[in-house]
Design a binder for this molecule. Structure first.
Ligand code: F6R
Length: 615
């Protein structure tokens, strides 16, 4: 989704904004632009395409001087991706300029009103409507920028993170947030604005994350004032010290962020359970669960809400919660849940899962569940994100920044934390024996080393990718705990290589997908030792009789599948409930290598965004 960056201070704004936009590329976008103020005039350049295209164009078009500026990467919603629809946008007078992440839902009616008052519009965007609405308020009521922004935003329905400045007030940037993230970095006498902290991490570790319905007036060399947009009350700024460092957001010698993040999984999984699982003592402690243990133990059911890969992690959790803790679980697409008038009671616990913590549908599902009295527990990766703040309690995955658009370490760390919760509840409810509980802890502790072992198969997986890279369709099959892994494997391939892939429970194959199987169809079958192995082997036989190409993901030492399959990829033995943490790794690597061989943009696949802040 759109990314925003801004700077006001003593340094040249352009290099800071340009580098910041590059850091936000992972969010997904189709055009980019920058506006700078050089002490006399606003200079603006924007283009369809990537930040490098903007850089080439901008440096020919305008001088890059100025200590104040704003920049934007746009992910098109209203209006096709083109130069005109790109941000920043001017107001009609040319005095005001804005960047915006989000959607103004009532922009059509506002636009009609503004047109009646003589305003004209260059672009098809909702953002240009907003900047002219601000201008209109300023003109009619003789107000300063900050006040006009506030009044205009009170007329707006939708979501936004905006930054605006006025040519006549060049020592000030006004920012505001509702539904889309906005961080303000605070240096000595300078301020940075961005969708997340990555654009300013090398300049300051101090940041304020605006809350929904807050705005800030930021003055060069002075202070910043935060106000509530609705009632104008002043808010005490809460300055956080960022834990992020530069190394975490750079590629560190890998060709792509995705590959780096695949390789980070052993450490990421360890970081997720570190300090929370004490194997020798047999203890799992998660503050968010301990503090609300009564609620968890009395819950009638758990409803998991999430989107995409996080939804797949939720499906794995359904198996593990029901299996170990004997709590009924329903797993819902947040986007469906929020609109289908679901039955939710005060005895339900809703667990929301989100890497970014900003997914609009998941956020809305949480708000709905809370309004019906349910207790909402959030699992997020991004600290301080909207979902982390909106939920009643929660646990961070501690996976570190995930920059590749395709989720990898987010998935395995989400499964890790969900496993810890299930084990803790199972222990408290007495639904797991001491020996089984202990075995789970011991096995979970060994998972990072076993993931490392799977990563050693990369060259072999690459050779399989070479054989199948030009295939147009793939099937992924798995049963039980590995059915969600089949879905996740298919999603990974689709999103980065644009090859059509479908995931199915292996036994469902007979009810339709089997018709697709012929000698041209590669089928990835997850056949772990303890996962209904014989049943899966007979599914493999059915595929073989129809000449499908079989790529088996099997437990080390397997003999049966080896005989039937065209290729096998081995993973170390573990408990079936933990096997998704291993079986998912080869599927990530396979997708990665196919996409690289096809020359696709692995880290920023077309049309996709890292945090989906619009519904
Ligand atoms: C797939 C992927 C998406 C996200 C989905 C939810 O690789 O990354 O499917 O999983 O957009 O995002 P979060 O977890 O940030 O809520």
């Amino acid at each position: 989704m759109c990314g925003i960056v801004g700077y006001i201070g003593h340094r040249e704004a352009y290099p800071i904004i340009l580098k910041g936009l590059k850091r936000l590329e992972y969010r997904g976008y189709d055009s980019a632009g920058i506006a700078l103020y050089d002490g006399k005039d606003i200079k603006l350049s924007k283009t369809k395409g990537k930040v490098v295209d903007l850089e080439a164009k901008l440096e020919k078009e305008i001088s890059t001087d100025g200590n104040l500026g704003i920049g934007h990467t746009r992910w098109a919603t209203h209006g096709v991706p083109n130069d005109v629809n790109s941000h920043p946008h001017y107001s009609n007078s040319g005095n005001l300029v804005i960047i915006h992440n989000g959607i103004i839902e009532n922009y059509e009616s506002l636009k009609t009103e503004l047109k009646k008052r003589g305003y004209t519009f260059q672009s098809d965007t909702d953002t240009e409507v907003l900047i002219n609405l601000i201008e209109d308020v300023m003109k009619n009521d003789g107000l300063k920028l900050g006040k006009a922004v506030q009044i205009a935003l009170n007329q707006v329905v939708g979501a936004y993170a905006i930054a605006v400045f006025d040519k006549n007030k060049p020592n000030e940037i006004v920012v505001a947030k509702l539904g889309s993230p906005l961080a303000i970095g605070i240096g000595g006498d300078e301020f940075f604005i961005a969708s997340d902290a990555s654009p300013f991490i090398e300049y300051t570790k101090n940041a304020i994350y605006l809350e929904d319905e807050e705005m800030a007036i930021i003055r060069r060399g002075k202070d910043l004032k935060i106000r509530k947009i609705k009632d104008d009350s002043l808010v005490d700024p809460y300055v956080q010290e960022l834990q992020l460092n530069l190394e975490q957001i750079e590629k560190g010698g890998f060709d792509h962020f995705m590959l780096k993040e695949i390789y980070e999984q052993p450490n990421a999984i360890r970081d997720t359970y570190r300090g929370r699982m004490l194997v020798n003592e047999g203890i799992i402690k998660l503050a968010g669960v301990e503090d609300n243990m009564k609620k968890f133990l009395n819950a009638d059911r758990i409803i998991i809400v999430a989107c995409g890969t996080s939804w797949h992690a939720g499906l794995v959790a359904e198996y593990i919660f029901e299996d170990l803790a004997r709590i009924p679980v329903e797993v819902e697409y947040a986007s469906e849940f929020r609109y289908r008038n679901p039955v939710i009671t005060e005895k339900d616990i809703v667990i929301s899962i989100s890497q970014s913590g900003e997914t609009a549908d998941t956020l809305a599902a949480i708000k709905l569940a809370k309004s019906k009295g349910a207790f909402v527990f959030g699992i997020c990766n991004v600290v301080g994100s909207s979902i982390a703040r909106e939920t009643n309690a929660g646990a961070y995955t501690h996976a570190g920044p995930e920059i590749g658009v395709a989720s990898t370490k987010a998935f395995t760390t989400q499964i890790t934390i969900l496993t810890l919760i299930a084990l803790r509840l199972a222990r408290a409810k007495g639904t797991i024996s001491s020996s089984d509980y202990r075995l789970h802890l011991l096995e979970l502790e060994m998972i990072p080393d076993k993931v490392k072992k799977v990563l050693e198969s990369e060259a072999h997986i690459k050779s399989i990718a070479e054989i199948y890279k030009n295939t147009r369709n793939f099937l992924y099959l798995g049963r039980g705990y590995n059915f969600p892994v089949a879905l996740e494997g298919a999603l990974k391939l689709k999103e980065i290589s644009y090859i059509h892939a479908e995931g199915y429970p292996a036994a469902e194959m007979k009810h339709g997908p089997i018709a697709l199987i012929d000698e041209n169809m590669p089928i990835i079958v997850i056949a772990t030792k303890y996962g209904h192995y014989e049943k899966v082997v007979s599914n493999i036989q059915e595929i073989r009789s129809r000449k499908g190409k079989i790529i088996g993901v099997v437990t080390q030492g397997d003999v049966n599948v080896k005989e039937l399959a065209d290729h096998v990829i081995e993973v170390p033995e573990t408990l079936e409930s933990l096997s998704p943490l291993l079986t998912t790794i080869p599927l990530q690597l396979l997708s990665y290598h196919i996409a690289v061989m096809l020359g696709k943009n692995v880290d920023q696949p077309r049309n996709l965004a890292k945090s989906v802040t619009v519904e």
